[in-house]
Structure formats: C-alpha cells, structure tokens
Design a protein around this ligand. Structure first.
Ligand code: PMP
Length: 334
C-alpha cells in the first residue's frame, strides 16, 4: 500500500513548472521555472517554517506539552502553525485585526485554531489594540510566540529544505533565483544556500513599490504578504544582488495571466515575483544570456484572493485593468 502517515509528511518537495505563454516569446531561453508552493498541504510556502520553529521551541523548552502558540497572523503562517499544532497537541491562538476577511478567519478556525479579532479603529496604546492583545496573550503562562519576523528558524527552514530542493531539481544549473520579500525568510535562506553551492547564482528580490526593500518609506500598496515598512531580523541584507520593484497594477495583471495562460491560480505576491522574473528573463535574453535558468518562487494559491485579485469590481475600484486587455497592455513593456 502506498500512503503517508500524516498530511504533514507531504510538506515540501514541490515541483518546478516551466512558464511558457506568459513569458511573451523567449522560446530559445532563458527558461523560467516556477516553484509551486501552493501544493503544500496547507496551501502555502509557510507550511515549511511552522514545523522547524515549533521543533526548536520544544527543544529549547520555550514550548511545553499542552502549551499554546500565540501569533499575530491572519494568513499562511497561521495555517502552517495550526496544522503542526494539531499533530503535536498544542492550542493555537491567532490575533488579527478586524479588517481581515471572515473567510480567512474561518480557514484558521476550520483547522482548530482560536481567532481573536481586534478593532482596527483604536490607537496602538489602547488595551484592545492588536499589539496589546497579542502581547497580553503571549505573556500568559504556557504561551509561546513564534514571531516569524525574528525567528532564525524561519530562514533556516528554507536553507535546509527549499534551497536544496531547487539546487537538486535544476541539477545545479540554476543561475538566478527570484522571490518576493516579506519577513525575508524565503529569500535569505534559499539565497544563502544557493550562493554556498555556487557564488555566481544571482539572488533577486521582488518588492512592491513603496516598501522599504526597494527604497520606499512604507507607503501603502495592495499586494499582500510582501514588502514591509521596517527591516525584519529575518531578512539578511547581504544576500540579494538586486531588488526589482513592481507596481500593484503589474502584479495583479500578471497574477491573472498566470491563471489564464499557465493554469497557475496563485496569489498577488506570486504574480509580483513572476512579473519580476519575466522582466529579468527579457533583460538576459537581450544581453545574449539565453542559457540562463531562472527559478521563481510562487508562495500561495489564488483561492484566498477570489474576492480581490480575481474580482473585477475590486480591481476596477483601484483603477486596475481587469479583462483580457490586462494581459497585453499592462505588461507589454519590459
Ligand atoms: N507571499 C505571501 C502570500 C506571504 O504570505 C509571504 C509571507 N509573508 C511572502 C510572500 C513572503 O515570504 P517571506 O516572509 O519568507 O519573505
């Protein structure tokens, strides 16, 4: 019989899928390979970091049997933690602001987590604010806060799993790696591993216009999960060789193209990273580097964004293109 003991045993070892039509030419190379992380059991790249962070906390004694995992998160990291918490018998409490959609909260509850919702309309010093509530819960006896923004096991999980997978899957032929940057765990861990194998591998961050990584001041943007208004400890500033800035309009138009032209229903941060990879591929092609092998990481599925990126009314409200015209018009220039 062929089976695994737990769905968690299927985390990692995600496939590489070659991009075709959405590259607009480039049949003679470079090739662009997407690392499809929505195929992880919890639906995102964040499944990878949860088990490592929890294992380390158990080993250090920070998390004890019967304890509670408390994290301010509404998304992918919460799902990863909730999955691992089930297996190991921990309680999970996630704190999120009330602007987070009910669908997202329900996903976390469905996996057995408790969700505490805080009002957005109160100042940070208010006792009910997001910050105060999560600090208060995390300081209860038996509670442990993973803090993905400072936890070294976040980048380490990518150094130990995602990086080696990419190296092996490309038989060491990867020349460029592209990823969006949120906590920086993905790019820092994978980038460090790939550079240790071959110092010539170029590591490229993709970043929403307005975020600090591409020189912004934290000005708001709409793509979710990437970009920051501060520099997290998990981001290793020495790893990226270059940051490509992508505006929301291009991220969303390209996210839609990936679904329509490549069958990849992914979130906006995947569209952003893939848009940067396509731009890079065209630049390399123009300079004769047709032998380049670009790997781009796609963090999560588009199913979590059906009412946003894949909703015409939502896109139009911000003045973004919606229909098939988005395919050629917005991303025509590289
Ligand atoms: N995309 C999405 C949808 C995410 O949730 C995250 C994590 N914040 C990222 C990209 C960025 O990954 P990292 O935190 O490892 O930089």
């Amino acid at each position: 019989m062929e089976y695994v003991d737990s769905i968690l045993d299927l985390i990692g070892n995600t496939p590489l899928v070659r991009l075709n039509r959405a590259l607009d030419g480039l049949e003679d190379g470079p090739i662009v390979l997407a690392k499809v992380e929505y195929l992880n059991p919890g639906g995102s790249v964040k499944d990878r970091i949860a088990s490592r962070m929890i294992e380390a906390a158990e080993a250090s004694g920070a998390l004890k049997p019967g304890g509670a995992i408390v994290e301010p998160t509404s998304g992918n990291t919460g799902v990863g933690l909730a999955l691992e918490a089930q297996r190991r018998g921990y309680k999970c409490v996630f704190v999120c602001p009330d602007k987070v959609s009910e669908d997202k909260r329900n996903v976390l509850k469905a996996y057995g987590a408790e969700v505490v919702v805080c009002p957005t309309a109160v100042p940070p010093e208010h006792p009910d604010s997001y910050y105060n509530v999560s600090d208060r819960l995390a300081s209860q006896p038996g509670a442990w806060k993973p803090d993905q923004y400072s936890n070294p096991h976040n980048p380490r999980s990518h150094y130990e799993t995602t990086g080696p997978e990419i190296w092996q899957q490309t038989e060491g032929k990867v020349t460029h790696f592209v990823a969006g940057v949120g906590t920086g765990g993905t790019i820092s861990g994978i980038g460090r591993y790939l550079k240790e194998q071959n110092p010539d591998v170029q590591i490229i961050g993709a970043d929403p216009e307005g975020s600090v990584y591409s020189g912004g001041t934290g000005r708001p943007y709409l793509v979710e999960g990437v970009g920051e208004d501060f520099w997290p400890e998990t981001y290793d500033r020495t790893v990226a060789d270059r940051i490509i800035e992508v505006v929301d309009a291009d991220s969303f138009a390209y996210t839609r193209r990936l679904a329509r032209e490549e069958g990849l229903l992914v979130g906006g941060s995947s569209g952003m990273a893939a848009y940067a990879a396509r731009q890079l591929a065209h630049e390399l092609s123009r300079s004769g580097r047709t032998d380049a092998v670009i790997v781009v990481l796609l963090p999560d599925s588009g199913r979590g964004y059906l009412t946003k990126v894949f909703n015409d009314a939502w896109l139009s409200q911000y003045g973004f293109a919606t229909g098939s015209e988005a395919s050629s018009q917005t991303v025509g220039e590289v």
